[in-house]
Ligand binder design. Structure first.
Ligand code: G2I
Length: 369
């Protein structure tokens, strides 16, 4: 494992050298010590990134759960409560109660919210599953418009469309009732979301898109490139990052994230979990964090749950805290890798919006430890 850069007790010295007529003036400034982040959100903020988790409304009454969530994370995704079936159980009758519980908890605790998900082939309410053609297209667009309008101003980023590409070697779209309304259903959803909430970042989100050589990754990449070329309003791409031994963290992850970022979108790790235990799990987590931090436009990381027992695949113990709320080896490796630093997210420079902490990088110039 990489040893984190020491940042704790000593003041860091910034030396600036400049010429004043014939004389060479050397100025040495002492700047405040930069404490290594002691929580995931503090450590990620050092490079202008967020660190998030998925929250289940049903667990908000569990104080062991909320204590960890509040301490460690500053970006919140509703695990299920903002999906299509949850928000529109009957056509044009919206139920925001559980979504609001999560959004309100996040905002009351000073956290931002990632909206998940406006349009998806899965988790559709029964009435929508039976629709097709123009009626379905219009119902989907109405859902996107109503929900994005309701939450306008409260959402950092929306997963506008989720999981629209097929697994396997085709590199093409997944067959679904939404896909059968026409290939332009994805861009139509993005345009409706932009019109409803112009300030939210609009993301495409998928799984098994981590390995650059996979056909699915290439399919999504080509869609995003096409959207950027034609002015379809897309701001970001989410990589779910559900890993296990059959689907390990790819060695070319950095390449994937960088190539998408080079299209002019932000990238985010949106649902990270890695089945396993001990040092093997810890090392794989470290690799994911390192890949994100090596890409300036990789702006944040979200793990898909708090404790192993909260996970959708609890038996795989894929998260950073055990069922008793203890920090696992994976937690320590993630924290250390965040504290080791990396590229700084340009849009969330520490000086810009208070996400980060003031540190020597602001002053530029050579650093002397
Ligand atoms: O499957 C893992 C994730 C893949 N990417 C999209 C995510 O939205 C998805 O999350 C999972 C949730 O973690 C599960 O909690 O999505 C599943 C399906 O929406 C969620 O499972 C559902 C069960 O299927 C329901 O039976 C159950 O009522 O969770 C619901 C609430 O516990």
């Amino acid at each position: 494992m990489t040893t984190p850069r020491p940042r704790s007790s000593r003041s860091r010295l910034i030396t600036a050298t400049g010429c004043l007529s014939a004389a060479v003036l050397t100025v040495t400034l002492a700047v405040p010590a930069l404490a290594a982040g002691s929580t995931l959100q503090a450590a990620a903020a050092e490079s202008g990134r967020y660190f998030g988790t998925a929250i289940a409304a049903s667990r908000l009454s569990d104080s062991a759960y909320t204590t960890i969530a509040n301490r460690e994370f500053n970006m919140i995704t509703a695990e299920n409560e903002m999906k299509m079936d949850a928000l529109e159980p009957n056509q044009n009758q919206f139920n925001y109660a559980n979504g609001d519980r999560i959004v309100n908890w996040a905002r009351q605790n000073g956290k931002q919210v990632r909206g998940h998900a406006l349009a998806w082939h899965s988790q559709q309410p029964g009435w929508m599953q039976n629709m097709s053609g123009t009626a379905l297209r219009n119902a989907m667009l109405n859902h996107v418009t109503q929900v994005a309008t309701y939450y306008r101003g409260k959402i950092h980023s929306w997963d506008v469309v989720n999981e629209a590409f097929a697994d396997g070697n085709s590199g093409g779209r997944r067959d679904s009732n939404l896909q059968r309304t026409g290939n332009d259903w994805i861009e139509a959803a993005f345009r409706a979301a932009r019109a409803a909430d112009p300030n939210a970042k609009l993301c495409y989100n998928d799984y098994n898109t981590d390995n650059w050589s996979h056909a699915k990754t290439q399919g999504v990449y080509n869609m995003v490139r096409d959207f950027k070329a034609r002015g379809v309003p897309i701001d970001c791409v989410g990589f779910q990052a559900h890993f296990n031994s059959g689907n390990p963290v790819p060695s070319n992850y950095h390449t994937t994230l960088q190539n998408f970022a080079d299209l002019g979108v932000d990238v985010q790790i949106t649902e990270l979990d890695i089945e396993g235990s001990g040092s093997s799990q810890a090392q794989q987590y470290q690799g994911v964090i390192q890949a994100c931090l090596s890409v300036a436009r990789c702006t944040g990381i979200t793990v898909w749950g708090v404790r192993d027992t909260d996970s959708w695949r609890a038996s795989g113990t894929p998260l950073l805290f055990d069922g008793s709320g203890n920090k696992k080896a994976a937690y320590t490796s993630v924290l250390n890798q965040l504290n080791a630093g990396g590229t700084t997210n340009p849009a969330h420079h520490p000086a810009a919006d208070g996400w980060g902490q003031l540190h020597g990088d602001l002053l530029g110039g050579p650093e002397v430890e």
